[in-house]
Write a protein that binds this ligand. Structure first.
Ligand SMILES: Cc1cc2nc3c(=O)[nH]c(=O)nc-3n(C[C@H](O)[C@H](O)[C@H](O)COP(=O)(O)OP(=O)(O)OC[C@H]3O[C@@H](n4cnc5c(N)ncnc54)[C@H](O)[C@@H]3O)c2cc1C
Length: 502
């Protein structure tokens, strides 16, 4: 008789797929969702060894079941039962396919143990980038508007760049193009660095002109404490005009971040999703257990509908997390709608925005998309519940009225540009803490209530800096979920839960 193979879980913190009869309520009846049946052990003659449904199934019941099975004399029954037990699948639901959701999905795949079958379902009712991420300005740097390094800015900056590189590589593998690299000089002409001409990353830097005398000293002090990996050069008005012809620096002072980045968010998110798909395929064909990823374009109306389906559900719904019935009125988040105007330079104006000139950050920002295209943002409509990306004409003209004077104060040539359209998104703004406004992460089981059988998690409140936070925090979130251990998250990000308990 051939020996039975027993695979034990080398990571005792990872729960095996709960060994229960599948639930039959609403959610399961959606036939278009691919699902893997959980292993089920049910037999009247074997009732003494049937494994009961439990979300908190630890290694102990699994081990005792294996011990009982190994004593069975019938090989067929024994091997069938063992194979049912060892084909464990950890299924994760990631709600939302924005910066947060896709980062978590990527890191769940990346950090799941080799011996674990992992299946990830991403749900988004509008598809990839359907929320604020898809319409965002795409500006990425680790500083506050007063150029102060943000909380754990170095980690956030490093991990976001890492994800950009991963997404870029995924795109590159699709459209391999040897001409996609070139070399450019930085502002002082001394350092040559690599520049990519990819679809979605613009390594053009960001310029922050000083506009308030009151803040000038503070800006100067903050700039001196910049990261080596994202430097801030303090320059005068003339140098700023060399970088951006027609720029007006009212205080003859500006702060230049040559390494800061400006991305096309929709293209980036699509590339990141492609990277997730590639990673799942690569891991599955390189000796790892099966890793699966599925994107479902569908709406999630409440968290309880997912109960019994997943080892964990991670809520990455941006501002719309507060609309879920289980979370409504319970999260310390405020919503804030932002409108962005899309501007174009008419063909009869010959002086275009130079190819290597930085984007501009001021009371309004200019995210440059090309020599004749830029996005001007953004407005702040607090407590709005309107998450539609569409902007009706009256809202667009109101936004323009607000944004154009701010842009013109530092870039008067904006008057040559014409309005071509607008888009909008809803931010999830977290409260101010001593460390700044930090995203909210943590376990949501207390909020969902009932006898749910999976862990619910929140990765939300990315505010106006989702691009900066998504990389590192997505990684931490995935590690906490895989280990079922909230303590892996920095307390600064989970403190909001303690406040709720008090
Ligand atoms: C105008 C504007 C400009 C911005 N500019 C920048 C910038 O330049 N740089 C920067 O770093 N940040 C910027 N931000 C902030 C950034 O966009 C957010 O921090 C970030 O997008 C939040 O990401 P998220 O994944 O948490 O949420 P989202 O991107 O909103 O993703 C949530 C997803 O969940 C889906 N969803 C929601 N509800 C449901 C449901 N019930 N069922 C199924 N799916 C659902 C949505 O379709 C959406 O795709 C900007 C924001 C705005 C509004």
């Amino acid at each position: 008789m051939p020996p039975a193979t027993v695979i034990t879980n080398s990571n005792p913190r990872i729960l095996p797929w709960k060994l229960s009869a599948p639930a039959t309520r609403g959610f399961l009846q959606r036939s278009h969702i691919r699902r893997t049946q959980p292993p089920t052990l049910m037999s009247s003659s074997l009732s003494s060894i049937s494994v009961r449904s439990s979300s908190s199934l630890t290694q102990q019941p699994l081990r005792s079941s294996l011990a009982i099975i190994s004593q069975l004399s019938c090989y067929c029954v024994k091997s069938l039962m063992l194979s049912l037990l060892v084909v464990r699948i950890c299924r994760y639901a990631v709600l939302g396919a924005g910066f947060a959701g896709l980062s978590v999905a990527w890191h769940l795949l990346q950090h799941s143990p080799q011996e674990l079958n992992v299946s990830i379902d991403i749900y988004d009712e509008d598809g990839i980038g359907g929320g604020a991420s898809g319409v965002s300005g795409g500006l990425l740097h680790p500083y506050s508007p007063k150029v102060k390094l943000l909380w754990r800015g170095a980690d956030c900056w490093r991990e976001s760049l890492n994800l950009l590189t991963i997404a870029e590589a995924a795109m590159g593998s699709q459209e391999l193009n040897s001409d996609s690299r070139e070399f450019v000089q930085n502002s002082n002409g001394s350092i040559i660095r690599r520049r990519f001409k990819t679809d979605f990353i613009h390594f053009r830097g960001i310029l922050r002109p000083a506009v308030s005398l009151k803040h000038l000293n503070l800006l100067n002090n903050n700039a001196q404490k910049c990261l080596d990996s994202c430097q801030i050069e303090s320059i005068d008005g003339d140098a700023a005009q060399v970088l951006v012809p027609n720029l007006y620096a009212p205080l003859n002072s500006a702060f230049y971040m040559p390494e800061a980045i400006n991305i096309h968010p929709q293209h980036y998110l699509k590339a990141l999703f492609l990277a997730c798909e590639n990673l799942a395929k690569d891991l599955s064909t390189s000796g790892f257990k099966g890793k699966e990823l599925h994107l479902h374009k569908m709406s999630i109306n409440n968290l309880r509908e997912l109960e019994g389906e997943y080892s964990a559900v991670i809520v990455c719904l941006g501002a719309r997390a507060v609309f879920l019935p289980e979370l409504s009125g319970k999260l310390p988040l405020r919503t804030c709608r932002g409108v962005i105007a899309h501007l174009q330079l008419p063909d009869d104006i010959s002086e275009v925005y130079p190819d290597h000139s930085p984007s501009i950050l001021s009371d309004a920002w200019l995210a440059v998309r090309g020599p004749r295209n830029l996005h001007l943002g953004s407005t702040w409509e607090w407590n709005s519940r309107n998450y539609s990306p569409d902007v009706p004409p009256d809202e667009a003209s109101k936004a323009l009225e607000e944004l154009l004077p701010k842009a013109s104060a530092i870039y008067p040539a904006i008057e040559n540009w014409v309005f071509t359209g607008a888009s909008a998104g809803l931010r999830a703004m977290p409260p101010l803490t001593p460390h700044g406004s930090l995203p909210l992460l943590g376990c949501l089981d207390d909020f969902v209530g009932g006898s749910h059988t999976c862990k619910y998690w929140l990765f939300g409140g990315l505010g106006s800096r989702g691009l900066l936070y998504h990389g590192w925090l997505g990684k931490l979130m995935a590690q906490a979920v895989l280990s079922c251990d909230e303590d892996l998250l920095p307390s600064e990000l989970t403190d909001w839960r303690n406040k709720k308990k008090r």
